[in-house]
Design a protein around this ligand. Structure first.
Ligand SMILES: NC(=O)c1ccc[n+]([C@@H]2O[C@H](COP(=O)([O-])OP(=O)(O)OC[C@H]3O[C@@H](n4cnc5c(N)ncnc54)[C@H](OP(=O)(O)O)[C@@H]3O)[C@@H](O)[C@H]2O)c1
Length: 387
């Protein structure tokens, strides 16, 4: 295993971390973890040097934390640091902070949570946490020893990412969605650099875009990659590109099979900072351009169209639509669209046109939203069946 600096801490983190959000489960039931198989994965990872595990209240329909608690109870707990997260959008009153935290300690069977993160911060949820004086509460938990260090995971624009970092001096880590396709989305490369330069450990989630970058690529992209490094798998390309970067501390992978875990361990062991050649960097840039050229809605995610008076998450809807065109992944796009919830999907558009007055790309937003909803909307029955 390769180890890296973890921000300001003297502790070193394994460059490969384990994300407990995609554990093997029974078919059609994301909540039913196949415990024997998943337990073998976690132990194998730790036995091969992984020392950072990531979970959250909601993963596997709230079963991920409890499962980790069981798996780690016989000596493995001491060999790793555990990160879990406060479900920011579920906090409705100050007492909720203790309610969730106490339940998480119990589920994980620990007397300290090493890294406690605010989950999936975006504007509303950060403001919500500040309203409940979260940082004062968390500082007390650190003083009591119940929390080791604080961090946050993030899904919004760089400007908010910077504001959150600047709002508090004692963050230890920031967790960002970052991969070779998302360098200009969300916190992006700018966020990685900003956080690292401020002394935070950068934890990468969705390094393979939730698996989209691990799939067999279309022929044009395959050719670019094969020419630069014959025989290298798509997953290996995605991970090597990340481990090439010094500002990243740990790359979390959501590995669901032993084979994936073994491959990723092999990849991390042969990766290094600055390890990609100039030709390989050019290949990745060409691949990004080739993928981006497949997007059919040319939304740049500037969000000038927001907020929509009806609450439609316009750039998110367009992103999911493009996901179908770029990665040929209708199933994931539909799942994300369903996760947005009925209140913010494209069906809420009343065709007022306010968004179109602000769109610098002059997109025909009203008609595009209709098109997106037709493609992405999943009937309830279909959704239930998938579960
Ligand atoms: N805080 C947040 O908001 C947030 C959001 C997302 C994720 N996370 C955390 O970050 C972790 C990592 O994100 P992620 O799970 O999306 O990671 P990811 O690595 O982008 O995607 C994981 C998927 O990639 C595929 N994969 C991984 N290694 C592979 C290999 N060697 N060969 C082929 N396919 C491979 C698998 O897909 P298949 O299963 O389809 O084979 C796996 O399920 C999560 O597990 C979770 O802990 C946090």
């Amino acid at each position: 295993m390769k180890y890296r600096k973890f921000g300001k801490l003297s502790w070193e983190v394994s460059a490969l971390g384990f994300g407990a959000m995609r554990l093997p489960t029974e078919e059609k039931d994301y909540g039913a973890i196949r415990e024997a198989e998943a337990g073998e994965l976690i132990r194998y990872a730790i036995d091969h040097g992984v020392n950072y595990l990531d979970t959250a209240w909601i993963y596997h329909r709230e079963n991920s934390e409890g499962f980790l608690g069981k798996v780690l109870s016989d000596g493995y707990r001491e060999r790793v640091r555990i990160a879990t997260k406060m479900p920011t959008w579920m906090i409705e009153k100050p007492e909720d902070l203790d309610r969730f935290f106490d339940a998480q300690m119990e589920r994980l069977q620990v007397d300290q949570i090493d890294f406690y993160l605010l989950h999936a911060l975006q504007t509303d949820w950060w403001d919500n946490m500040k309203r409940f004086h979260y940082l004062d509460w968390a500082e007390k938990k650190m003083a009591d020893g119940a929390i080791g260090h604080l961090g946050f995971s993030f899904h919004d624009k760089f400007s908010l990412f910077k504001r959150i970092i600047d709002d508090y001096d004692n963050w230890t880590l920031a967790m960002v969605q970052y991969n070779y396709m998302d360098v200009r989305r969300e916190a992006g490369l700018q966020g990685v650099q900003y956080a690292a330069d401020k002394g935070l450990a950068v934890v990468v989630m969705e390094p393979l875009r939730g698996g989209q970058l691990a799939k067999e690529p279309p022929e044009d992209i395959k050719q670019i990659l094969e020419t630069a490094a014959p025989g290298r798998s798509a997953a290996e390309w995605g991970l090597r590109w990340l481990w090439d970067q010094e500002k990243i501390s740990v790359v979390l992978s959501g590995m669901s099979t032993l084979e994936q875990l073994k491959q990723n361990i092999k990849t991390v062991e042969s990766s290094e900072i600055g390890g990609l050649t100039a030709e390989e960097h050019t290949a990745v840039n060409d691949v990004r351009k080739a993928y981006e050229s497949k997007a059919s809605i040319l939304c740049t995610d500037c969000r000038y169209c927001m907020p929509c008076p009806q609450g439609v998450g316009i750039p998110f809807v367009f992103n999911y639509f493009n996901m179908v065109r770029i990665y040929n992944d209708l199933q994931t796009a539909k799942a994300y669209y369903a996760f947005m919830g009925e209140d913010s999907n494209a069906a809420n558009c009343t065709m007022c046109g306010e968004c179109m007055e602000h769109c610098p790309q002059h997109l025909d937003i009203i008609n595009l939203l209709k098109e997106c909803h037709t493609l992405l909307h999943t009937e309830k029955a279909e959704e239930e069946e998938k579960r």
